[in-house]
Write a new protein. Structure first.
Ligand SMILES: [Ca+2]
Length: 80
């Protein structure tokens, strides 16, 4: 009898469309200055801080920093 082997990815693949969709933090369909501002407002925060915003933790390391800003900036002008 054959044995079925299933490979399960732990994380969704970071295909370009998904990354752009996530970089569009405010969900208005385009990555622009308004998304940068939202990340900037949460800059330096960790979960529990008053300015913490989960949607801006794009690198998913529980800290909003330059890596998250870079994530948005890198996709600036792209439409989701
Ligand atoms: Ca946007």
């Amino acid at each position: 009898m054959g044995e079925k082997v299933f490979k399960v990815r732990r994380y969704a693949p970071d295909y370009p469309g998904l990354a752009t969709w996530r970089a569009d933090v405010n969900g208005d369909g385009i990555v622009d200055t308004s998304d940068i501002v939202i990340v900037a407002e949460a800059f330096g925060s960790t979960p529990g801080d008053s300015n913490w915003n989960l949607a801006t933790d794009l690198v998913e390391d529980a800290l909003i920093d330059i890596l998250d800003l870079h994530f948005v900036a890198k996709r600036f002008g792209k439409t989701a």
